[in-house]
Design a protein around this ligand. Structure first.
Ligand SMILES: Cc1ncc(COP(=O)(O)O)c(C=O)c1O
Length: 430
């Protein structure tokens, strides 16, 4: 797609010249600045944001409280390696107090992948075993450990041999059940199938189960109610650590602080990322003191992990979420948005499924509602047209046919109306 915007043209040329194509962007836009749920590109064109970056800017872009906290901290102290700072200690206290009570210690890292890698290391050290059960369609990051857990073919392809000991089991993608069953008649057969999967693949060294509360990268796939709770019981009854990857689902995204609240889950290890800093680079791993105790002093450290800048940013994020009632807003405005998306589904046959909660939804495009044939090219054309008309969005999914709807939690009903109207207009002209 070409663009007539001159600064955009010039900068895209730099990207083509100096950046590799593996740096994926879906629409030809160079972001310049943003505020709340709105973005402006380098030529001044305006967009409503359905991406939050990639589910990062939960408190809204360039929030003044976050910006001030970051600027103030940058002028004071940027790095201490692992010497404690007031910011890190206050953040540790706040995060632990906000998390389920049994998770009584936290370590801060920099990215979701790094934190997931740390969770894998911890599981092996604590249990003395090495096998980890993860799921078809799962995504936990691009470094070698998390990549080895992934159940997305194109993430793993050509990188073998991967970290040994990962056992992949089907995730309940009920719209396209991998076991060709129908919910609820299936009675969650995928969980019984897990027994067989593990019996066949395990050499008897099971350490942990790692799962996302919903699978984002696979196309915003939400498991049916009760599945996660039963999975947790399955893991715990076998003495396995139950590790929840809330890198993208936490900090209000699903309408609660943690997605685990929807089913009162009690993971042994909870991993956080993205929204925890709303743009400040930070991730976290929480577990019980007893689990961390298997590591020696200094065994888990990271040059930038828990740096004062990111911790000051995350403290500001927590303050904003509370003061602005963002969890309530995500529930209220999320319900409003969901109603509008379901309305689009009733109007436009190419919308095969709309799923999600709070302020995270996937719109799955199909060529035919009966056969559910994925419409990846159509989804791409829809995304490009929406961006052209001022709606910043992207697509993903196992079949590349799911539009990502994950605006900052501060999106207003008026912005929802305007953004859905753009998508409606695009779909009406197909
Ligand atoms: C569920 C989940 N886990 C882990 C990651 C990896 O996080 P990062 O890109 O910060 O390394 C992601 C990123 O999209 C994710 O969605």
């Amino acid at each position: 797609m070409t663009t007539s915007r001159p600064k955009t043209q010039e900068l895209l040329e730099l990207s083509r010249t100096y950046e590799p194509e593996c740096m994926n962007w879906q629409a030809p836009v160079i972001w310049d600045h943003a505020s709340g749920a709105e973005i402006w590109d380098v030529d001044g064109k305006h967009y409503i944001d359905w991406t939050s970056g990639v589910l990062v800017a939960n408190v809204g872009h360039a929030h003044p409280v976050l910006a001030e906290a970051l600027a103030g901290q940058a002028a004071r102290l940027l790095n201490t390696f692992d010497f404690p700072t007031p910011e890190r200690l206050r953040l540790a206290e706040k995060i632990v107090r906000a998390a389920p009570p049994h998770l009584d210690k936290v370590i801060f890292l920099t990215t979701g992948s790094e934190a997931m890698d740390a969770a894998m290391r911890l599981a092996k050290r604590f249990t003395g075993k090495y096998e980890i059960v993860s799921f078809w369609g799962g995504f936990h990051g691009r470094t070698f450990g998390p990549m080895s857990l992934s159940g997305i073919p194109k993430i793993r392809r050509s990188y073998g041999p991967l970290v040994p000991g990962t056992i992949l089991a089907p995730y309940p993608y009920c719209y396209r059940c991998p076991l060709a069953m129908t919910h609820p008649e299936c009675d969650l057969f995928c969980l019984s199938f897990l027994d067989q999967t593990v019996a066949v693949q395990s050499s008897g060294s099971l350490a942990a189960v790692i799962v996302e509360p919903y699978q984002g990268t696979a196309g915003f796939v939400f498991p049916p109610p009760g599945w996660l709770k039963k999975l947790e019981a399955w893991a715990k009854s076998r003495g396995l650590l139950f590790i929840l990857d809330e890198v993208q689902s936490s900090f209000g995204r699903t309408g609660t602080m943690w997605a685990l609240e929807h089913e009162s889950l009690a993971p042994d290890i909870l991993v956080l990322g993205k929204g925890i800093g709303s743009g400040a680079p930070i991730a976290a791993l929480l577990t019980r003191a007893e689990v961390f105790a298997c590591l020696e002093r200094g065994e888990m450290s990271s040059t930038l992990g828990g740096n004062p800048l990111s911790c000051a940013g995350s403290l500001a994020v927590l303050e904003i979420i509370e003061k602005e009632g963002l969890l309530e807003k995500a529930v209220r405005n999320g319900a409003y948005l969901k109603g509008k998306l379901l309305n689009l589904m009733s109007k436009h046959p190419m919308v095969g499924d709309v799923r999600g909660m709070g302020l995270v939804y996937g719109i799955e495009f199909v060529l035919d509602r009966k056969t559910k044939e994925p419409a990846a090219d159509l989804a791409k054309a829809i995304v490009l047209q929406c961006v052209e008309r001022g709606l910043m969005c992207g697509k993903l999914g196992l079949h590349g046919n799911v539009m990502r709807v994950a605006p900052p939690l501060v999106i207003t009903p008026e912005q929802i109306d305007n953004s859905v109207a753009i998508l409606d207009g695009v779909l009406s002209e197909l």
